[in-house]
Design a protein around this ligand. Structure first.
Ligand code: SAH
Length: 254
């Protein structure tokens, strides 16, 4: 059996209880060493075989899983954040399906949630934005044309941009072409929830300059939209005294 486990964004106590239990029970752990906090490996039992997938190909990862299965061992495949976001898990699962190896997936706290906590942000402020667009600039992995930054920018929703820290000038230009103004609030969160986390609130126009000033070239998220520093928004309906819900009867409007 293989358990795909979300390691969370960085702080070792942000893994789920279930994920921690799997780590404690695992005979084999394959972890994404480029981003997973190695402190999580302290949860592994003695004798557990540990592999860093940053140095491995998909084929090598699969070979380790297949051998473990043959030996009747339990494997944890530890991915950063939540495995479902840019986790490259589908290709592993498809190969395991072909070999008849059972697996399941344990969610984790994605870095886009860690970044919101770092800034005390609510991405979905009433009257400001009720949607979060998670995307990236094309790198070696292409992004379909219909998902261009410009087309997403046109929505003026809250946008969280992964995997793009080295392309911030182009990101800014494309956000502006798409419809954000240069002074739209933006933020850069480096290593959210790690001990060396850094947060910077800036604007769409100053993203590149801000990253440069602070030597941020990777492991960062860019958050775009008025939700970053909105000072006027509608209060929630749910907690309004006049609002009746299944659990509470609202007062009459004055
Ligand atoms: N599955 C992960 C994302 C993996 S893609 C998740 O759910 O978070 C790797 C990218 O995620 C990095 O290039 C960076 O953009 C972002 N990232 C991962 N951890 C981060 C963190 N702690 N702080 C800021 N960005 C992070």
């Amino acid at each position: 059996m293989v358990h795909f486990v979300g390691a969370g964004p960085g702080a070792p106590d942000l893994i789920t209880l279930r994920g921690k239990k799997f780590l404690e029970q695992a005979d084999v752990i394959i972890y994404a060493g480029s981003l997973v906090n190695p402190q999580l490996l302290d949860y592994a039992k003695e004798g557990c075989s540990i592999y860093d997938s940053a140095k491995m190909t998909l084929e090598e990862v699969l070979d380790v899983m297949r051998q473990a299965e043959k030996d009747g061992k339990m494997t944890v495949r530890l991915h950063t954040g939540d495995p479902c976001i840019y986790g490259a898990i589908r290709e592993q699962m498809d190969a395991l399906d072909e070999d008849g190896i059972k697996y399941d997936s344990c969610p984790g706290v994605s870095s886009f949630c860690g970044a919101a906590s770092a800034l005390d942000l609510e991405y979905t402020l009433p009257d400001i934005s009720q949607s979060v667009i998670i995307t990236r600039m094309a790198g070696r992995t292409p992004v379909p044309d219909k998902e261009s930054i410009e087309s997403f920018a046109a929505h003026q929703a809250t946008m969280v941009v992964f995997l793009s820290t080295s392309m911030l000038e182009e990101l800014s230009d494309r956000l502006v072409t798409g419809g954000y103004t240069k002074d739209t609030p933006a933020a850069i969160v480096y290593k959210a929830t790690w001990d060396d986390q850094e947060t910077y609130v800036c604007t769409v126009g100053t993203l590149a300059q801000t990253a440069k000033e602070h030597n941020i070239t990777k492991t960062a998220l860019m958050i775009i939209g008025d939700a970053v520093s909105a000072c006027s928004y509608e209060r929630s309906k749910l907690y309004h005294p006049e609002f009746t819900t299944e659990f509470r009867t609202g007062t009459k409007p004055q």
